[in-house]
Design a protein around this ligand. Sequence first.
Ligand code: FEO
Length: 394
Amino acid sequence: MTIREINKDIFTVGAIDWDRRLFDELIPLPDGTSYNSFLIKGSEKTALIDTVDPTKEPEHIDNLKRLGIKHIDYLVSHHAEQDHSGLIPKVLEHYPMAKVVTNAKCRDMLVDLLLIPQDKFITINDGETLSLGNRTLEFIFAPWVHWPETLLTYLKEDKILFPCDFFGSHLATSDMYATHEPGVYESAKRYYAEIMMPFRNNIKKHLEKLSKYEINMIAPSHGPIYNRPEFIIEAYKEWVSDDVKNEVVIPYVSMHGSTRKMVDYFVDALMQRDINVKPFNLTKTDIGELAISLVDTATIVIGSSTVLVGPHPAAVYATYLANALRPKVRFASVIGSYGWGGKMLEQITGMLTNLKVELLQPVVIKGYPRADDFKQLNRLAGDILKKHKEHKLL
Ligand code: FEO
């Protein structure tokens, strides 16, 4: 990654990962990602903000050497996850005098995960500052965005916030700044949906805390830098708000066409009632697209065939994921079909333990849908319309 100066004596020294397509062996990365790391030269001390994923070791070390960095005083570690901290041991080999600056929780995790010796750390508290001479780092604890140890750094004189994963986007781009905002919005929303959404209430509090800071630039650890911080702050405020949209998300899977016929009919029934609808065929969809749609939908309706005695495994996966991501969805239901019996409905609804939803009467039928079944789908569409109207969503 080209070294660039984002402010006088503050350089990007991270790496772009154009090829990565899966994160945590779980999250699809259609647009790659970047691991951002920043080098700050103060008049007396030099600080490195995070490192990069271990796969990018040569690039990261080379960036530091090309910049002519002979000495690092402080290596600030915001987050123990390996895509930012995994290279700390190697950086310490190259810069043995550097001290790892972090909070007690992150220190303990780095000791456990990366076997970094205890004597390598400087442990700081929330609100504490560290002088680089003409520059001051202020540390802001932000637990649960998205691990319990996370902290952020505010560079006071430059008014730059380094928030690690917070506000980030999995987006490999040559743009240093988020100049193409609509594209970055989608990537950042995907990132929020997949990583931050379960911690919506914590994020609300952190946004409130950050509102006291004057911020000229936000430099996250993934994706482009925000030189218009209000763009991403406003987007986050929208996503973490309690507001939901007049929309129904339908993750579904159909083995022999019965559930598919129900979904097609149901989609039309919702559209006729002026309700936005997003069906996701689980055998074809990018699961990240489903996660994005869950950020602000009012209603989720899970569609499943019956396999043996339970839901199709693809529906189990989508339901598990929706439950784990804890979207602010208000209403839920199930539609689907079975051949001779089973507990598909009970097993799906039994998985929705994290969601504070009102369950609307499901439509689970035997075999291929008939006239009475279509009536039931109309009834469910009508129930959803009534609920959305009661909540003034249309
Ligand atoms: Fe980008 Fe939670 O690591």
